[in-house]
Design a protein around this ligand. Sequence first.
Ligand code: NAD
Length: 368
Amino acid sequence: MDDTFRFADAFGPSRIIHIHRPGVGLKAIVVVDNTACGVAIGGVRMAPDVSVEECFRLARAMTWKNAAASLRHGGGKSVIFGNPRMAGKEKERVIRAFAASIRDIADYVPGPDMGTDELCMGWINDETGRAVGLPGAIGGIPLDEIGATGFGLAASIDVARTFIDLDLKGARVAVQGFGAVGKHAMRFLAEKGAILVGASDTSGTLADPGGLDPSALIALKDAGRSLRESAAGQKLPGDAIIDVPCDIWIPAARPDVINEGNVKRLNTRLVAQGANIPCTVEAEGALHQRGVLVIPDFIANAGGVICAAVEYQKGTQKAAFDYIDEHIRANTRTVLEDAKRKRIPPRAAALALAEERVRTATGTRRWR
Ligand code: NAD
């Protein structure tokens, strides 16, 4: 028999809500994982193959990310079963029906995720009065356009490099997934003198040990074109980004891209996790054994949710950048110092930090 409470542990999930509106073709799940730190914030993912387990894991990741960033927010997530490329009118109907169904789940604030965007958040806000990642016209801060997550990732790298005596000037960087996170991280690193030696997207890898021009590649991507269309560098298959010798390797595409089968191929000193769960547990362990420093995803890539939380408080873009810079730098330093002192992997130190914050917040609550 299926066990309804199979995900239950000391932290949550507080609620798992199943939504089914056959007349609209809406099937969705909302997981409110933990609200000790405040109202849960987490994205709405639309994909045909989502699941309750995926939703729970993503909600839990948000609990840790929000707590680690000292946000007054707990973790939640929702998934809508469906093709995100469905016709605009149909998508609006499904998203609005979803929004109407979560109107009373007041301790969950939706944000954009895979398959949803600021327009979808606008519809949800219209139905419920609460969403983040809104269009600028109604008070949103365009976090992907301004590169909030890439900015935080670069700040995190700037702290982590001091733990391995790496100078950013001349540091060689390889970026897997030259999208919103990857290209902006590179833009901020290039400002400090780092050199892009490899970049990839779904079209393949571009590599040049002498350095690629990040601005030219960003302009190409911003024009809706792919890296393969660039005349620069050597053109290699997508997977070849893993072999590019570098000092800093940035995964900024998909989960589990580094696993037991390919972790040996990475030739780098620092892995800064822009993507969520880009390394399997085994691969991350192997990197730690080899002395490769890994900055865990929920510490390094919190820029986006910080920006969303600042937007929720009606703060400015400048306030968002200031918060990201201060908190991601401080957290990276704390986590890496802790890991060094206790001789534990950075992820273990990061989890301990987040769990401690959630426990402290829980202690202030009447209903625990
Ligand atoms: P995006 O769609 O803007 O960019 C992703 C890029 O990765 C694209 O250029 C795409 O071509 C490329 N890509 C996809 N599959 C690839 C593959 N197998 N190999 C190489 N490249 C591939 O997405 P994004 O917003 O930059 O998000 C990237 C990752 O970062 C995701 O895992 C996302 O969950 C995570 N993340 C994003 C944010 C944010 O603020 N956008 C915040 C935290 C975490």
